[in-house]
Design a protein around this ligand. Structure first.
Ligand code: SF4
Length: 316
C-alpha cells in the first residue's frame, strides 16, 4: 500500500558503482516517503549518499552506476519508464536547483539556461523566456540583470552564479523541487537570501527535497529531516524532534558538532564506501557500540511517526 500522503516514494533503493571491477555500494536499501506539502531535508557527511539519492531520482548518475529498487511518483515506478516519458515528468513535474559551476553549460547564455523549462514545457516564447530570466535575476538581487542574462557562466562571480542556479530551479512551477547543497560556499548574506527564496518558492512547489550538510540551514527551511550515513538511512523524524531529541547516536553527534552546541568533532573518520564497517556502519565511531553492533546491521525501527536504525531501539 502506498501512503496516500506520499508524493514520491522510495522502495529499497540500492545504488552500486562499478569502479573497474570494484563494487561500491553508495545506497544500501533506502525506504522513504516524501509527503505532499512538505520540505524534506536530507543531511549527512560527504559520501553518505545524499546527492546520489537525488541523482538516482533524476537519472543523473554516470553510466557505471546501477540502481535497484523502485521510485514511485504518482503511483508510477519512474525507474521503469522509458526515457521519453521520464523527460516529460522531468520537464513538467520535477525541477532542480543544481550544485555548483559545472551545472551550467559554458556555451549557453544564462537566460536560455534559466528559461529552458518554461520555453520547452510551458509554451513560453524566447522573448518571454528572456524577460522572465531577467526579472527573476533582478528579484534575486543581481545587479544589471538583463546584462547578466545575456552573458555566460565564466563571466559572472560565484554569488551571481548561485543566483542563476536558483533562478533555473524556480523559473517554472512544478510538483517537486530538488535542491542540491544550495548554501555550499556561500557567505552568510547569500545564505539568508537562499533561505528567503526557498521560503517564498514554497507556494510554487507541492514538495521540496533539499540535500545539505548545513544543519542550520535545514533547521530554517525543512519540515522533516532524514539522516544518511554510509549509504544507510539511519533516522527520519520531524525537524523539532531532530533538533531537540535526536535518537540515533550519529544524529546526536552531528548536532554536537555545531558551533552553537559545543563544536565537538565526531570521533574517528568517515567510513570507506569500498570496505564499509561490518554490522552497523557507525559502530567504529559510536560510544554506545556493543559486539552486536559490530556484527549485525540494525533494522529500521518505526517510532512516533519516524524511523531510527539502531540496536538501541530496534528489538530485532
Ligand atoms: Fe551505535 Fe550500535 Fe546504534 Fe550503531 S547500532 S548507532 S553502533 S548503538
Amino acid at each position: 500500500m502506498h501512503d496516500s500522503r506520499a508524493l514520491l516514494e522510495y522502495n529499497g533503493i540500492e545504488v552500486t558503482f562499478d569502479m573497474g571491477g570494484l563494487k561500491v555500494n553508495a545506497l544500501r536499501g533506502i525506504d522513504l516517503e516524501v509527503y505532499r506539502g512538505e520540505v524534506l531535508g536530507i543531511v549527512g557527511e560527504s559520501g553518505s549518499g545524499k546527492t546520489v539519492l537525488l541523482q538516482a531520482t533524476l537519472r543523473l548518475l554516470p553510466e557505471n552506476a546501477k540502481v535497484r529498487g523502485r521510485i514511485f511518483y504518482n503511483g508510477l515506478n519512474i525507474l521503469n519508464i522509458k526515457e521519453r516519458e521520464f523527460k516529460k515528468i522531468l520537464g513538467r513535474s520535477f525541477s532542480i536547483i543544481p550544485q555548483g559551476f559545472g551545472s551550467l553549460n559554458p556555451c549557453i547564455r544564462n537566460w536560455v539556461q534559466i528559461s529552458e523549462r518554461p520555453m520547452e514545457h510551458f509554451g513560453k516564447s524566447k522573448e518571454e523566456g528572456y524577460n522572465m530570466a531577467s526579472d527573476l535575476l533582478g528579484k534575486l538581487g543581481v545587479k544589471n540583470p538583463s546584462k547578466v542574462a545575456q552573458i555566460y557562466r565564466h563571466q559572472i562571480s560565484g554569488g551571481t552564479l548561485q543566483r542563476v542556479l536558483v533562478a533555473m530551479g524556480t523559473s517554472a512551477p512544478s510538483k517537486i523541487l530538488f535542491v542540491d547543497e544550495p548554501t555550499k560556499g556561500l557567505d552568510e548574506r547569500m545564505k539568508r537570501l537562499v533561505i528567503e527564496l526557498i521560503k517564498i518558492s514554497r507556494k510554487n512547489f507541492e514538495s521540496m527535497i533539499i540535500v545539505s550538510h548545513d544543519l542550520n540551514f535545514l533547521k530554517e527551511v525543512s519540515d522533516r529531516i532524514c539522516v544518511l550515513y554510509c549509504g544507510d538511512l539511519v533516522e527520519v523524524c520531524y525537524k523539532r524532534e531532530f533538533f531537540e531529541s535526536p535518537r540515533h547516536p550519529y544524529s546526536q553527534a552531528l548536532l554536537l558538532s555545531l558551533p552553537s552546541r559545543g563544536l565537538l568533532p565526531i570521533p574517528g573518520e568517515s567510513p570507506s564506501m569500498v570496505t564499509p564497517p561490518s554490522g552497523c556502519s557507525f559502530h567504529p565511531r559510536c560510544k554506545h557500540s556493543t559486539t552486536v553492533c559490530e556484527s549485525r546491521r540494525p533494522l529500521p525501527f518505526l517510532i512516533d511517526g519516524g524511523m531510527v536504525r539502531c540496536h538501541l531501539y530496534a528489538r530485532d
